[in-house]
Write a protein that binds this ligand. Structure first.
Ligand SMILES: CC(C)(COP(=O)(O)OP(=O)(O)OC[C@H]1O[C@@H](n2cnc3c(N)ncnc32)[C@H](O)[C@@H]1OP(=O)(O)O)[C@@H](O)C(=O)NCCC(=O)NCCS
Length: 150
């Protein structure tokens, strides 16, 4: 078990390779390098979870008026289950509050019980369902839309 808590800092353009590496290992249908590059280039707000100088996780979010949309929350599969996902989610909430947002919204795959459990335990509740929203290896999958007041 690795010692010490990670730091939450800003994502930087030079994180692109590490982002792509984690993204590929964490998802069956990962964001492309182009998606990640555009997000880093300023389309979205990016937070990094760094441990011992290495990228261990990240979050991308987008502010729309007084709502923050969480677009991507990922912890390196090698580092999952250590409480870092919860830590990063708390940092996302803090950043959203600091930017004047009153609500945090997200979509999650219907079958992603691990993430759904994290979100429910962090104050999110379901506000909608988008049918057949996500592509996947076994066909399309519904998205659960969740929201939390900040
Ligand atoms: C979802 C994810 C961000 C959680 O990060 P993590 O660091 O593994 O999670 P944590 O160790 O902080 O645990 C937080 C909560 O997640 C849930 N969780 C974590 N591991 C779990 C497991 N194996 N089974 C069920 N729930 C689990 C629990 O509710 C846990 O809280 P608890 O320990 O108090 O019960 C991470 O697993 C991940 O990146 N998964 C792949 C990408 C993904 O699905 N992202 C979300 C897209 S919407």
């Amino acid at each position: 078990m690795t010692q010490g808590l990670p730091d939450i800092t800003e994502l930087r353009p030079e994180d692109l390779d590490a982002l792509q590496d984690i993204e590929k290992r964490a998802y069956a249908v990962p964001w492309t390098r182009g998606n990640l590059k555009d997000s880093l280039a300023g389309d979205h707000i990016g937070l990094a979870c760094r441990h011992e100088g290495r990228l261990a996780g990240y979050a991308f979010m987008m502010k729309v008026l007084d709502e923050m949309h969480l677009l991507n929350l990922t912890i390196d599969p090698d580092c999952q289950g250590r409480g870092w996902g919860r830590l990063l989610l708390e940092a996302v909430k803090a950043r959203a509050r600091a930017l004047g947002c009153v609500r945090l919204l997200l979509e999650v795959r219907h079958g992603n019980q691990k993430a759904i459990r994290l979100y429910r335990n962090s104050g999110f509740s379901q506000i909608g369902l988008r049918r057949q929203y996500y592509p996947g290896p076994g066909g399309r999958e519904d998205a659960i839309v969740m929201s939390s007041l900040l």
